[in-house]
Design a protein around this ligand. Structure first.
Ligand code: RP5
Length: 174
């Protein structure tokens, strides 16, 4: 599935969460955020928005995010990963940053670029790579849970299943 294919079709409910990434190459990581939102029934959209290749698109995305009804933006980027911080600078919609695992520095560059925001413009930063993307999806669902009971119920059910799986397989020898 490509980022474009996973965008909400026009008949779908308007997206509550935007998943953006600096490059199509980030989709391999960011699909894990989309999978969690999909599983929990959270309406979302997916776009490639590059801070340095398409800065005008970034500004427009941030400028219109709140008015379009987005309640959170999950932003993944690798290397000099300024996408989450730039989005946060331009919108009050909460930005959840996902450091993509870079080839040169294994994602430490991405992590530090995203997490080290100066005081005043926060970006919630998640783990490097797939786990971070998945957790950003779960966190976005948690942000929406109080207002959207169906999402809250889906999140509770997911966590209960996860607990049950561990309890049912608590002997690592079998
Ligand atoms: C960043 O540069 C992207 O977020 C991506 O992680 C990284 C490499 O991009 P590509 O060269 O693969 O397009 O902007």
């Amino acid at each position: 599935m490509s980022p474009a294919q996973s965008s909400a079709p026009s008949s779908a409910p308007p997206p509550l969460v935007g998943i953006v990434m600096g490059s199509r190459s980030d989709w391999e990581t960011m699909q894990h955020a989309a999978a969690k939102l999909e599983a929990l029934g959270v309406p979302h959209e997916v776009r490639v928005v590059s801070a340095h290749r398409t800065p005008d698109v970034l500004f427009d995305y941030a400028d219109t995010a709140a008015a379009r009804g987005l309640r959170a933006i999950i932003a993944g980027a690798g290397g000099a990963a300024h996408l989450p911080g730039m989005l946060a600078a331009k919108t009050a919609v909460p930005v959840l940053g996902v450091p993509v695992q870079s080839k040169a520095l294994n994602g430490m560059d991405s992590l530090l670029s995203i997490v080290q925001m100066p005081a005043g413009i926060p970006v919630a930063t998640f783990a490097i790579g797939n786990a971070g993307a998945a957790n950003a999806g779960l966190f976005a669902a948690a942000l929406l849970a109080a207002e959207y009971p169906a999402i809250g119920a889906a999140l509770s059910a997911f966590r209960a299943r996860q607990t049950d799986d561990v309890l049912a397989n608590d002997d690592p020898r079998r």
